[in-house]
Write a new protein. Structure first.
Length: 221
């Protein structure tokens, strides 16, 4: 059952476990590991209906695409421990273009991404960073939606703007589109999943492991 705006608000009082019971997407077709290893550059480059969220130079020699869920603990670890170093050494230096794509594992994660989109074009990454940094304070709370609402009030959301965001069906459909395409086209079935210049890497990576992959690619440029 695909999540709808009405369903999202109806379940606002549920626990995080309750949210996880609601499926976001229809059943996906099977994609073999071999197909997932080498998607075409053209297909992988297609942005979703909401547009791409990216940092770094467009012509950087390396492109990293991360499929993430805001309720994923491994994604949070990558965001808090690894991403700041990646940004400082590679993204800000013009060596890597980083693209974050929404792959919510549950309706609560979808709500988090929707809030980040509603915060404004220039605030998306800072809101996602906040959601990951404070993940245990909302995603694992007894009342996760209330926890999410309390958190984003700190960055200017009101009760009205919070509810308006989470009842935006076009926004929710756009997030679901990215998730569904990642699963059907590229074999994404867990988070985080990375595509580094088109090659798939599954699971959170330490900065040291990432550096081993990136340095040879940057050196070839």
């Amino acid at each position: 059952m695909t999540l709808t705006r009405r369903r999202l608000l109806e379940t606002a009082a549920l626990t995080a476990a309750g949210f996880a019971c609601l499926s976001l997407a229809p059943r996906f077709g099977f994609v073999s590991e071999a197909q997932a290893q080498a998607p075409s550059a053209e297909e992988l480059a297609v942005a979703g209906p909401l547009g791409e969220k990216a940092e770094g130079k467009e012509d950087a020699p390396v492109t990293i695409i991360e499929y993430a869920s805001t309720t994923c603990g491994h994604c949070a670890k990558f965001a808090v421990d690894t991403f700041p170093k990646l940004k400082a050494e590679y993204i800000d230096a013009g060596k890597v273009r980083f693209i974050l794509r929404e792959f919510p594992l549950d309706p609560l994660s979808a709500a988090g991404f929707m809030i980040a989109r509603c915060a404004g074009e220039d605030k998306y990454f800072s809101v996602v960073e906040l959601l990951f940094k404070e993940q245990r304070q909302w995603a694992y709370a007894d009342k996760p939606v209330e926890g999410l609402q309390a958190l984003v009030k700190q960055i200017g959301f009101t009760q009205q703007s919070f509810e308006e965001c989470l009842t935006n069906q076009e926004l929710l459909d756009g997030v679901n589109w990215v998730r569904q395409r990642g699963a059907e086209k590229f074999g994404v079935n867990s988070t985080p999943t990375f595509f580094i210049n088109g090659k798939i890497q599954r699971g959170a990576m330490s900065f040291e492991d990432l550096k081993k992959i990136l340095d040879p690619l940057v050196g070839k440029a």
